[in-house]
Design a protein around this ligand. Structure first.
Ligand code: NZQ
Ligand code: ZN
Length: 400
């Protein structure tokens, strides 16, 4: 087992009607003036925003707001939020929404105390100087942003989508109310499930040897999510199924699933598939992150598995109970292929695409994605297997 540091400081308040405790939790934590951030309006339509405001009012927490954060959040919303945060001297950011809203709030929190342009933190890797604390109220289990160290922001003018990982990004508190996710459309539910499975797999396939405790946590969470997902498709208001998926999304990305299989002194995972996907969402901001991963991850797996077949066999056994019939090369190949096929079929069964063509992506688009990838990842990247931009081209091509 590799040495690791596990840091997950986010206090989690989880359960029925948790959202109505937002105000009292903020007040108890000493916050008095919140900037509520939300997306394109789902929280207005569902009444969630009103409940949050009522609870802040009841607890005497003042609030201002910024709505309209879009999926794959654009830096312009972040800049607008920074102005509000400074002008109103807020002491806490309160995103109510999905990963896009939470990430925008995280970027506002960093940018409000940074003297330069916030985009420099993302594109130029300028060092953040501090942050305003963030309290997250997730409404979709997917990104795991409610307890992660990441924020991912797009810049349309530069055709870039860049992530920033820092412990400053970890929310101090997450208020998680599974019933808020009853209203999720099937496509977003499916993309969220895919994203959380991808967060575990990025860590599982780090290229490092397995660690049984972490491997069992990883495979166990994936199995549970695969069991629960069909239940929410049958009954979108199934509280237990929604709650289990929501908790899985947090555990998938708070670092737990990477302990001991992390790269020594480096990241807790490979993260190539996320890199490849972010270029897709940068190419076309209408592409949902999880849907992109549903296509990219199996394509990457088929391209790299021979580097560490034993890792794929652990995954095959742990998630799908698939074992090779003997030790021969052919039997191993069959078992790995069956595993990747099962995984991809599961994503497709949820309504996720199988090919990039389904997004309208064409061979001609690959050069633009590679240009972004070069800026974000350099010319050589990946830890499970070191890959070049030409390898990335081959993976995109194989997924067309
Ligand atoms: O914008 P609104 O109107 O709120 O609608 C959203 C949006 O259209 C809707 N939605 C959310 N909760 C809902 C709901 N609709 C009905 N009922 C609800 N309860 O869902 C749509 C998608 O929202 P979004 O926030 O974009 O989804 P998600 O949580 O999947 O976040 C995706 C973003 O997170 C980034 C992705 O790159 C992408 O930009 N990621 C962030 C990570 C992190 N910070 O740790 C890690 C991830 O790997 C990921 O990269
Ligand atoms: Zn993700």
């Amino acid at each position: 087992m590799n040495d690791f540091t596990f840091y997950s400081p986010t206090r989690i308040v989880f359960g029925r009607d948790a959202i109505d405790r937002t105000g009292q939790e903020l007040a108890a934590a000493g916050f008095g003036r919140a900037l509520i951030v939300y997306g394109g309006g789902s929280v207005v339509r569902t009444g969630t925003l009103d409940r949050v405001k009522a609870s802040l009012d009841a607890a005497g927490v003042a609030h201002v707001e910024l709505g309209g954060v879009r999926p794959n959040p654009e830096v312009s919303s972040v800049r607008a939020g920074i102005e509000i945060a400074r002008a109103e001297a807020v002491d806490v950011l309160l995103p109510v929404g999905g990963g896009s809203t939470m990430d925008a709030a995280k970027a506002i929190a960093l940018g409000a105390v940074y003297e330069g342009d916030v985009w420099d933190l993302f594109s130029k890797r300028a060092a953040p100087k501090g942050r305003i604390p963030v309290v997250a109220v997730p409404t979709i289990p997917a990104s795991g942003s409610e307890a992660s160290d990441s924020a991912v922001i797009s810049n349309d003018a530069e055709h870039l989508k860049c992530g920033l990982n820092t412990n400053l990004n970890r929310p101090v508190l997450a208020i998680m109310d599974p019933a808020l996710t009853f209203t999720l459309p099937p496509y977003q539910t499916a993309a969220g499930v895919t994203d959380m499975i991808a967060h575990i797999m990025e860590r599982f396939f780090s290229g490092e040897p397995g660690a049984p405790v972490t491997d069992n946590i990883a495979c166990g969470i994936i199995r549970a999510v695969m069991d629960e997902a069909p239940r929410v498709f049958e009954d979108p208001c199934n509280y237990d199924a929604r709650a289990n998926i929501m908790w899985a999304g947090t555990l998938a990305h708070n670092g737990l699933a990477g302990c001991g299989v992390n790269i020594p002194g480096g990241r807790d995972g490979d993260w190539t598939c996320h890199g490849l996907e972010h270029e897709l969402s940068a190419l076309d901001t209408a592409i949902t992150h999880g849907a992109g991963l549903a296509v990219i991850f199996p394509a990457w797996m088929r391209y790299v598995w021979q580097e560490h077949p034993e890792r794929f066999l652990t995954f095959a056994q742990g998630v799908f109970d698939i074992e090779p019939i003997d030790d021969s090369e052919e039997a191993v190949r069959d078992a790995v292929t069956a595993t990747i096929d099962e995984l991809q079929d599961f994503f497709v069964s949820l309504g996720m695409p199988r090919t990039l063509g389904e997004f309208g992506v064409k061979e001609d688009d690959i050069d633009q994605m590679l240009a972004g990838l070069k800026i974000n990842r350099g010319e050589v990247f990946g830890s499970f297997k070191r890959l070049t931009l030409e390898d990335a081209r081959a993976i995109y091509r194989s997924a067309l």
